[in-house]
Design a protein around this ligand. Structure first.
Ligand code: NAP
Length: 317
């Protein structure tokens, strides 16, 4: 049994704990918060057996095998390094870190320590994305794709009211590209590999983060447009176009339905019935990596490729 402690007490950690119940080889046991009372309350509400506000003590405990990090993006690298140096496995919420260099350093530290570091990018591990990949040969030569994640954040209202909010704070690696843009980028990398180049632009909002953005990724013979926003919403479907047909699907982070329309007139609908909370797949993957029944090289390669695209877009502004 892999005994896991959680860092961070927001909604995503609750969803992680809920999803982990469906993975029999893991047990989430301990909640860490920077605040002792919050840690205890969170553990009580989520059914965990213990809580702490002492990270050093938690990491030196023989009762913990692995840590799930769900703190703000800009804190991940430091915390993940602490976890690895303590000899524990680490699953880090997306984006694992904001830069390629930081992730390469974590890989190297994890390799030396003999532990697993994995980015919790939930669409990468969702079998629905594999099912979409399996449909691609039907489309013939691929030429275009449009992938998007635009969801207006309730926390944007706080920014508009003049408050500082983590997820919109550039000092904590907030903003639309790092929070939501990484989903279409990770899906693109998973489906088509790394592009030859990317160009893009972001829309800065009060406080300096990008509230929304768009990018174009260029491949040999194909282009992919990417959209992401935390200040506007979209009803647009995701779409992949080939010379023989078009595939649309409903959500880049949790695909549920797809429609394959071929130029011969045939239309086929596909439903990817899966668990309501698709974080379960990344937890299963993490467990198999910790147990040594899978190889982490492709996971790391996809994270690095995703971060390389992110870095190019951040440099472009
Ligand atoms: N997979 C998904 O679907 C999904 C969805 C949402 C978010 N996420 C990811 O989850 C992570 C957390 O996002 P969020 O929006 O939940 O963040 P958040 O609410 O700003 O912070 C999450 C937790 O981190 C701790 N924290 C806050 N500020 C901190 C700081 N400066 N230093 C250290 N710890 C701090 C807090 O816990 P304590 O104060 O109790 O320590 C807080 O509950 C991000 O990486 C985000 O990209 C993933």
């Amino acid at each position: 049994m892999i005994r896991i402690a959680t860092l961070g007490t927001s909604t995503i950690t609750r969803l992680f704990i809920e999803a982990a119940v469906d993975v029999p080889t893991v047990a989430v046991t301990t909640a860490y918060s920077r605040d002792a009372e919050r840690a205890a309350q969170f553990a009580g509400e989520t059914g965990l057996s213990s809580s702490t506000c002492d990270l050093d003590r938690l990491l030196s405990s023989a009762e913990i095998d692995a840590v799930y990090i769900a703190s703000p993006n800009g804190v991940h690298a430091r915390q993940a390094r602490q976890v690895i140096d303590a000899g524990k496995h680490v699953l880090i919420e997306k984006p694992a870190v904001p830069t390629v260099g930081e992730f390469v350093d974590l890989i190297s530290a994890a390799t030396n320590a003999g532990v697993v570091v994995l980015e919790a990018m939930r669409n990468r591990y969702d079998p629905a994305l594999t099912a979409i990949a399996d449909l691609l040969p039907e489309l013939g030569v691929l030429r275009r794709a449009s992938l998007s994640y635009c969801q207006r954040s309730a926390r944007y209202d706080k920014v508009l009211a003049g408050e500082r909010v983590n997820i919109f704070d550039p000092a904590l690696a907030g903003g639309s590209l790092l929070d939501l843009g990484v989903y279409p980028i990770a899906a693109m990398i998973h489906l088509f590999g790394e592009p030859d180049r990317v160009v893009g632009a972001g829309i800065p909002i009060t406080g300096g983060a990008d509230g929304a953005g768009a990018a174009l990724a260029v491949y040999d013979g194909m282009v992919v447009d990417l959209s992401y926003s935390k200040i506007t919403a979209s009803d647009r479907v995701d779409e992949i176009q080939g010379e023989s047909g078009t595939l649309t699907f409903d959500h880049v982070a949790e695909p549920g339905l797809a429609r394959l329309r071929l130029l011969d007139g045939s239309v086929t609908d596909h439903s990817f019935a899966g668990p309501r909370n698709n974080m379960v797949h990344e937890i299963r993957r993490f467990a198999s990596l910790v147990e040594g029944t899978a190889d982490v090289a492709t996971d790391h390669a996809e994270t690095v490729a995703t971060l390389r695209v992110v870095e190019q877009l951040r440099t472009a502004g």
